[in-house]
Design a protein around this ligand. Structure first.
Ligand code: ADP
Ligand code: MG
Length: 688
């Protein structure tokens, strides 16, 4: 390769060592990098709008004569100028201004201004417009839509524009390398797409561009998604090369475990167990995602996998995202594994001092076969002698890096531990392809027998007394209920307060009921005793924060009220709802929403009323809210896209898959340049 691909930005006009340094920090080293630094949005400065035709809220260019200008002393001192064209007048307001600016506003001066039109006290106004004096009637306007670039401190929009213009001039002489195979099949050649997006012609549809649906955008989004997919595959290959201890199935141990269970595995559980057993026996790390709706029995599958590792003489770490869930696992596994003589260890953020030191020692020596814990397992001083398997529950809350760092916590000669990732938030196929292309996927698509469907209703908060009466009626028949309080604030303390207040209010309304309260602020022992009392039926109603989302299993509870469900994601609501419908009773979930609720908010909640299919709900959630919300962008290790957007570009994903497969099979030499082009040096994944 030569030319643009290797040409340093230092060769461009106006780029000295300082700017080059800032650009380099931003990942822009070469002229080609500039071409792939794509605008976020556009402004239309290609035509002058008559003042009378300027719409409120629009960004427009106007041109007219200054009729009057003055410094006024209102609430804030400001420079105000009235400007007039043949059609009307408009007021310019500057809250910060210099003497020179004031001088520019001489009566009779002709100004061309660009800014957002607002409605103010004196009719149409612009605050701090960009402006310049013009002479004569026919000063040319911009020839293309004006790109607005993503930027960083130290580089202004004008600088980006000048740099990208120069890069485009190079592009005129020499195209960039097409890296997609058979790229002639795409309606927009790469070079043309880049030219278009850096300088769209005046007739380009701003609406289409805003939606990301212009063919030039689609062409680049396709390539970016392919690059992203390839980089995840690369990550996976790199790990596979490190190797992992092969774990042999231990049929006797598994049988002993299954024979002790009060039920038989479902056929879906059996199938997934077999898939895992095959993976684990291989000499390279399993990377498998198990998706299963709430209550589908993922824990059993994790247990089967753990037995294969323990039976082969290796250690297992099970990590949960919350203390409550980790505790639930602790109880379950104690019950299941202690009869088999398996040594267990606990590690959470609350493990301190000597206890923690002793736990770490037993992990480091290999004495502890199964370790259950929370994020605390990520800490640097946590090491294992012979870690063979890592199980991560509720995957979407941990990042790619976190989960991978855990698999390295073993003696180096063992390579990497196998990893099993379990999630109850079904990840739509489309999304998993870009977010989890590094994982194989198994689905537990069957619930254990005896589950009943949950009827979901939407009731507005003005009917709260009816709902309270319904709780009373259900409890008087010996059923149990949850009342879930939600709060947007992340703070445990505020959530706890809100739940506390609700519990008190309900106790006043329902003095005859035994009401319990559980939230993240309680000590583990307190939580445990509240849960145990609810489980034993001593509490009729449990007021809770969303901490009960995971890890609570009380079959006699058949009614759930969720306050302000509009604040939560559908997937999360679906999980919450999964706490009821676990027994023989017909179960109900009441979504007690706050009015007024927007049409789209109502539409979202209606999805839950209509469906109990976790996958469908997740797809809808994705459609209605976007993947950042569904997965929690920060935590997923999802790459920031430059141009691709999901779900707007969902339609491209099938093609992305095909192209990515073709490249990996027939044109592997294209993978690195593509990854390099779209993800820089790929440093995002270099660490793991
Ligand atoms: P999740 O997939 O939500 O983690 P769990 O593993 O917690 O589900 O299982 C939910 C409940 O179903 C538990 O009480 C568990 O013991 C029970 N369970 C799991 N598998 C079966 C089965 N095959 N038959 C009957 N009950 C089962
Ligand atoms: Mg679970």
């Amino acid at each position: 390769m030569h030319g643009i691909a290797n040409l340093s930005v230092r060769e461009l006009r106006g780029v000295g060592p300082k700017l080059a340094g800032t650009l380099a920090d931003y990942g822009v080293h070469r002229v080609e990098d500039l071409l792939f630094h794509l605008p976020l949005r556009y402004q239309d400065r290609t035509r002058v709008t008559a003042i009378a035709a300027a719409r409120e809220g629009a960004d427009v260019v106007i041109e007219g004569e200054v009729r009057a200008a003055d410094v006024v002393f209102g609430r804030r001192r400001s420079l105000v100028a009235r400007i007039q064209d043949g059609s009307g007048t408009l007021t310019l307001r500057f809250f910060h201004f210099s003497a020179a600016q004031k001088n520019n506003m001489q009566t009779g001066t002709r100004l061309r201004c660009f800014g957002q039109v607002r409605r103010g006290s004196s009719g149409l106004e612009m605050y701090h417009p960009e402006y310049r004096p013009v002479h004569g009637e026919n000063t040319p306007v911009e020839e293309a839509l004006t790109p607005i670039y993503p930027t960083t401190a130290g580089i202004g929009q004008n600088q980006w524009r000048k740099l990208c213009e120069q890069a485009l001039a190079h592009l005129e002489r020499e195209p960039v390398n097409e890296l997609l195979p058979a790229s002639s099949e795409y309606p927009y050649a790469l070079t043309r797409a880049l030219q278009f997006l850096h300088a769209p012609p005046p007739d380009a549809s701003l609406d289409l561009l805003r939606e990301g649906k212009h063919p030039a955008q689609l062409r680049l989004a396709l390539e970016e998604l392919v690059a992203h997919n390839l980089s995840l595959h690369r990550l996976r290959e790199r790990q596979q090369r490190e190797g992992a201890p092969p774990l042999r199935p231990d049929a006797k141990l598994l049988r002993a475990f299954l024979d002790n269970l009060p039920f038989a595995p479902t056929s879906a559980q059996t199938r997934v167990l077999a898939e895992i057993a095959t993976d684990l026996a291989r000499p390279y790390p399993m990377m498998r995602l198990v998706q299963g709706d709430v209550g589908s029995g993922k824990t059993l599958v994790a247990a089967g996998a753990a037995l294969q590792a323990i039976g082969s003489g290796y250690q297992v770490a099970i990590m949960a995202p919350t203390e409550i869930l980790a505790e639930q696992h602790w109880r379950t596994f104690s019950q299941w594994f202690e009869p088999l003589g398996i040594t267990m260890e606990w590690l959470s953020g609350r493990s301190k001092g000597n206890k923690r030191a002793a736990a770490l020692a037993r992990m480091a020596s290999g004495e502890a076969s199964l370790v259950i814990g929370t994020h605390a397992l990520f800490q640097d001083d946590v090491v294992f002698a012979r870690l063979g398997l890592v199980v991560v529950d509720e995957q979407h809350r941990f990042g790619v890096h976190q989960r991978l760092s855990l698999t390295k916590k073993t003696a180096p000669e063992l390579g990497r531990a196998h990893q099993l990732v379990m999630t109850a938030t079904p990840i739509p196929r489309t999304l998993s392809m870009v977010a989890y292309a590094d994982l194989d996927c198994s689905v537990i698509d069957e619930l254990p027998p005896g589950r009943t469907a949950v009827t979901t209703v939407l009731i507005d908060n003005s009917r709260r007394p009816e709902v309270v009466a319904r709780v009373a009626a259900a409890c008087s028949e010996g059923r149990q209920a949850y009342w879930v309080c939600t709060l947007i604030e992340e703070s445990d303390a505020l959530q706890a307060q809100a739940a506390q207040a609700t519990a008190e209010e309900l106790q006043l309304a329902l003095p005859q009921l035994a009401i319990g309260l559980i939230h993240g602020r309680l000590k583990p022992a307190e939580k445990e005793s509240v849960m145990a009392a609810f489980k034993r039926g001593e509490l009729a109603l449990l007021v809770a924060t969303t901490v009960i989302e995971v890890g609570v299993d009380v079959p006699n509870a058949s009614l759930m009220i969720v306050e302000n469900p509009e604040r939560l994601g559908l997937a999360q609501l679906h999980q919450l709802r999964g706490r009821v419908g676990r027994g023989a009773q017909a179960s109900h979930c009441v979504l007690l929403y706050q009015t007024p609720l927007s049409h789209s908010g109502m539409q979202r909640l209606a999805v839950l009323r209509e469906s109990s299919d976790g996958f469908y709900i997740a797809e809808k959630d994705l459609e209605l809210r976007g993947p950042g919300e569904v997965l929690g962008t920060r935590q997923t290790g999802l790459m920031e896209f430059r141009i691709a957007e999901l779900p707007a570009h969902n339609d491209l994903l099938d093609e992305v898959q095909v192209i990515s497969d073709t490249i990996r099979q027939s044109h592997p030499e294209l993978a690195d340049p593509l990854i390099q082009r779209w993800t820089g040096t790929g440093q995002q994944f270099a660490k793991v």
